[in-house]
Design a binder for this molecule. Sequence first.
Ligand code: SF4
Length: 292
Amino acid sequence: MPPKPASTRRQRLQVDRALVAVAAFHRRFDPRAALAADPLRFAHRYADPDDRALVALLSALMAFGRIATIGQKLEDLCLRLGPRPAMVLRDDDRAALHERLRGFKHRTFRGADVADLLFALGEDLRREGRVLAALERAWDEHHELRAALGQWVHGLRAAAWPGGADRAQSHLLPDPSGPSASKRLMLFLRWVVRRSGVDLGLSSIPASALLMPVDVHVHRIARNLGFTARTDASWRTAEEITAALRGLSADDPVQYDFALCHLGISGRCPSSNKLPERCEGCALRTVCVHWR
Ligand code: SF4
């Protein structure tokens, strides 16, 4: 076998060093403190697994824009859906859901579109008995994340918008077969699949199948650490970052997402080395492209 090029060996060495630093960073991270500022906190308010799964899905889909605004919008949605949101889905018809969501808006997401999506989820719930049953059935058929997620999303879209989804509806419930990293869907999966830390452990899908939710923060930090050189927040980029993190945990590579994304959300990670005071004390500093 020919020797590996020096650049590849250097990249491998950098990734190995960065993984050691990420493991130390992750050990020191306090997930309970970060949960207080995270959209996942809304699902933790409920005891029933279907309520948790439903609120987790809405929280992930609304996780777009300023973190304070996302919290306000989720507070509003939770009030509209009452103490047992999954029961509302079982009982309300499409017109009743539209009435509940009347006047709701978050960026491009309209109350009527959210109501249609809730109606589709309610159809699933009445037919299958659980919010996540159709997604898990798709996983059992495909044993491949993108195909399973695609089948679930296409089924929901067909029930929500039988005439086809318009631009805003397609943005509300993205199609994972497209090139994007589908960050909000990956975030939802992390929350409902992983069984430790703050995540909810509601699904039989294995954590080893998950991909990192790649938002602007995770993408930037992963580039800083050498986990990817790609400049687009694409599915391929999510695969590269996840593949690097499998070097730490093949069974659960996305366990590092919460710590890494909150480094970005907190505003402590600058996008360059022009604010060196913010990097003081960062456990990733020795392996970060701005300082190594
Ligand atoms: S050293 Fe600074 S730029 Fe690098 S990951 Fe840490 S906070 Fe971000």
